[in-house]
Design a protein around this ligand. Structure first.
Ligand code: HEM
Length: 184
């Protein structure tokens, strides 16, 4: 009877072993980034149309706050979408990043890029003379999450210069443990 062949630790399986744990996270950020770029570019097109048709709701001097809020929603949404793409592209460069901190950075970035543009946009839906609406209260929370995400990512990126200075991720430890022992 034939038995299953020995697992091949070379080539494809080694490559898979190195990238597999990160791949879903990279995919999530690239997808989030490209889709939200599309959403906020579309908001830019809508703003352009409001200019084109000289819509008072957006352009009247009395609605200056709304125009500022929606412009800021568009600008922050597009720029944060690009940050997601940069984050996704960075992840595979720091495979030794502590998993817990990496996941916290990822979740904080998703939270920030939802709350910041949403806060600006909702703040412009109902305005009180020169003041934005209550939606703007989402903004400080989003700002804290963005600060956390960028701080953790900057710290994680330090391992690019000093790969031994960062605690190995549990995934990396698991990979090392799974490696076949060399025959003596
Ligand atoms: C990656 C792509 C984009 C980025 C990073 C971006 C960024 C920005 C920024 C930073 C502003 C604020 C400028 C200021 O007030 O000084 C702005 C305003 C604006 N953007 Fe974009 N934009 C992008 C794409 C687009 C596209 C595709 C359109 C539509 C054709 C568009 C339409 C507008 C309009 C109409 C304003 C002015 C809104 C106003 O003042 O009433 N943007 N954008």
């Amino acid at each position: 009877m034939r038995t299953n062949p020995e697992p091949d630790p070379t080539n494809a399986s080694q490559k898979r072993g190195r990238l597999d744990p990160l791949t879903p996270l990279i995919k999530r950020h690239l997808r989030f980034g490209w889709w939200s770029l599309l959403v906020f570019l579309t908001l830019g097109i809508v703003l352009e149309a409001l200019h084109g048709f000289k819509v008072g709701l957006y352009l009247n001097v009395s609605n200056e706050t709304r125009r500022l809020m929606w412009t800021l929603a568009h600008a922050h949404g597009t720029l944060l979408a690009l940050v997601h793409i940069a984050f996704g592209a960075t992840l595979h460069l720091i495979p030794s990043w502590n998993v817990r901190l990496r996941d916290l950075a990822s979740a904080s970035l998703v939270g920030a890029s939802t709350l910041i543009p949403a806060g600006f946009f909702l703040g412009g839906v109902v305005i009180y003379a020169g003041d934005p609406g209550l939606g703007i209260l989402l903004l400080p929370l989003g700002a804290v999450l963005l600060f956390v995400a960028v701080l953790l990512t900057a710290r994680g990126a330090e391992s690019l210069l000093n790969p031994d200075g960062v605690e190995p991720s549990t995934e990396a430890k698991g990979r090392d443990a799974a490696k076949p022992k060399a025959h003596r």
